[in-house]
Design a protein around this ligand. Structure first.
Ligand code: F6P
Length: 550
């Protein structure tokens, strides 16, 4: 697909939506009263996810305008091009095929003359075999002791996916095997991650798509030094062989680092870092939860891919949610989007989504290099309920900004506990139901007065309501459901990017800072010429730093 994107603002659908946005005054109370079928019409099942969009800002006109926009911007064609392996990542001239990572073994997909499904399963089989060896104790450290701790060294997509899923699937972890995640180049992270670990029973997984990322390679060298220092009586090459494995697309660089190619698991340039949790980048997760559970997660991803591929647009949940987010952010001017999991296990999910959505869609030019014609990219943020309720929900309920919020909850608790009187999960879920209700319908001044409230404080106690939410529920947070949830957001991100006409799969915006960090090194060390090359503010800050360090 080399054609330029359709400019969404030139479509008749955009004109229609812009008109609707100009005097949009949502009234969820009235909509619910006037539309007895609203909940039924706007509730959808996609694989195991049960998604209620009835408390969103979709009315009939908006929905049909958005569906026209979907048509007129060619989103379905771009989706099909992606799934077929066309090079839709034009700035890197690459296919975008994270969906191939979860195709079943008996599927086939030829891309650039290669059956990628065969390649995917070949690597998966090696990862699974390795994980089984670690889990069973057959794989030992250099002194013959079984592995008890796994440290994944990676950053961005080579960290956030594995750590998010490791936390989310905590109930499925094998006892006696702990995973830790080292990402930040701040030495504090390494110090705290290595704290208390026994080198003889620790395995390091160096995860880096490019194997060129400063943070990851520095941390890998640091961990290698830590290991070798602690095992002076063992052969260093053998120590590295037994305690270091790597995951990368750059297997030559892995070998240069000293990691045995037999202990390296590959993936491909058509997997974006932030789309890679279901590739070999998930090796730490496979070790933690086992190949069977990981395969269930992949099947969950695939089920959502199939829904995205085949469901008609008006019932296609990623399509509807992606379009809805364009409505909120570009047409109604919402400045951010909250994601609020009612599951402590999903406490890293918002951080994971931040990379997925913001690294994908934070772009100012379209895929043909022309400037974007609308605002792009949503600012995602969130925290698990109910903690968020006691922190920032005030602003969502009564602030002046429009903040659409996605609520996520599960019928079954991971840990069914009672406080003696009641099921605590039910109490927890009561908050989930209550919050979306309060946000949608609020509390009028008359209702406040009817509670006997002093007139002076009535305005402060009014809830305007009409704060839009999406409710995503599933029976339980299983590996399959986690895969479905992640794939849902991958495809929402895709739909938004396709409407805006941007390449959601490159990330040139992070390159400049990386390059400048390398240039600033000599200046920090006192090189006068390098210091002179810095701007006045940076020179002053570096000077202050040099005066204050010990
Ligand atoms: O910071 C940009 C980025 O390239 C991300 O897209 C990526 O997930 C991360 O760095 C880590 O990259 P790598 O896996 O190549 O080490």
């Amino acid at each position: 697909m080399t054609d330029g994107p359709v400019d969404p603002t030139t479509t008749p659908a955009w004109d229609r939506l812009a008109d609707l946005a100009a005097d949009f005054s949502p009234d969820l109370r009235a909509w619910f009263a006037d539309q007895p079928d609203r909940v039924e019409r706007l509730t959808f099942d996609a694989a195991d996810l049960h998604v209620d969009l009835s408390k969103s800002f979709l009315d009939e006109d908006v929905t049909s305008g958005l569906l026209e926009l979907f048509e007129q911007t060619g989103v379905a064609q771009r989706r099909d091009a992606m799934l077929a392996g066309e090079h839709i990542n034009v700035t890197e001239d690459r296919a975008v095929l994270h969906t191939a990572l979860r195709l079943p073994r008996d599927a086939s997909l030829q891309v650039d003359g290669q059956d990628v499904v065969h390649d995917v399963h070949e690597v998966l089989d090696r990862v699974y075999a390795f994980a089984d060896q670690v889990r069973s104790g057959e794989w030992t450290g250099v002194t013959g002791r079984r592995i008890e701790s796994v440290v994944n060294i990676g950053i961005g997509g080579s960290d956030l996916g594995p750590v998010m899923a490791y936390e989310a699937l905590a109930p499925y972890r094998q006892e006696g095997l702990e995973c830790r995640f080292l990402s930040n180049i701040d030495p504090t992270d390494a110090a705290q991650t290595l704290e208390g670990l026994d080198p003889e029973t620790t395995l390091f997984i160096v995860s880096s798509k490019t194997f060129g990322t400063l943070e990851t390679l520095t941390n890998a060298r640091l961990c290698k030094a830590w290991l070798l220092d602690a095992l002076p009586d063992s052969d260093p090459d053998e120590s590295v062989r037994r305690h270091f494995v790597a995951v990368s697309t750059a297997l030559d660089k892995v070998a240069d680092f000293g990691i045995d190619p037999d202990n390296a698991f590959g993936f491909w340039d058509w997997v974006g870092g932030r789309y890679s949790v279901d590739s070999a980048i998930g090796t730490s997760l496979v070790i933690a939860i086992g190949p069977g559970r990981f395969a269930e997660m992949l099947a969950g991803f695939h089920a959502m891919d199939e829904h995205f591929r085949t469901a008609p647009p008006e019932q296609n949940v990623p399509v509807l949610m992606g379009l809805l987010d364009v409505w909120y952010s570009t047409l109604l001017g919402a400045q951010s989007h909250a994601v609020l999991p009612y599951s402590q296990l999903l406490h890293r999910f918002p951080a994971y989504l931040q990379q997925l959505t913001m690294e994908s869609n934070g772009k100012g030019v379209r895929w043909d290099g022309s400037p974007a014609t609308t605002d792009t990219g949503e600012v995602f943020w969130g925290e698990p309920g109910t903690n968020g309720q006691h922190a920032f929900y005030q602003l969502i309920h009564q602030g002046t900004r429009l903040i659409p919020a996605d609520f996520v909850a599960f019928a079954e608790p991971a840990y069914p506990l009672s406080d003696g009187d009641q099921d605590v999960h039910e109490l927890f879920l009561a908050n989930f139901f209550a919050q979306t209700r309060a946000l949608a319908f609020g509390k009028t001044a008359d209702e406040v007065r009817a509670e006997g409230t002093d007139e002076a404080v009535v305005p402060a106690r009014v809830f305007t309501g009409n704060r839009p939410t999406a409710s995503i529920m599933a029976p339980a947070l299983t590996p399959s459901v986690l895969g479905q949830l992640v794939a849902l957001y991958e495809h929402i991100t895709f739909v938004q990017g396709a409407v805006w006409g941007i390449d959601s799969f490159d990330q040139w915006g992070v390159e400049l800072g990386k390059k400048l960090a390398l240039e600033v090194g000599p200046a920090i060390e006192g090189d006068a010429e390098a210091l002179a090359d810095q701007d006045a503010s940076s020179r002053a800050l570096i000077g202050w730093y040099r005066e204050h360090r010990s």
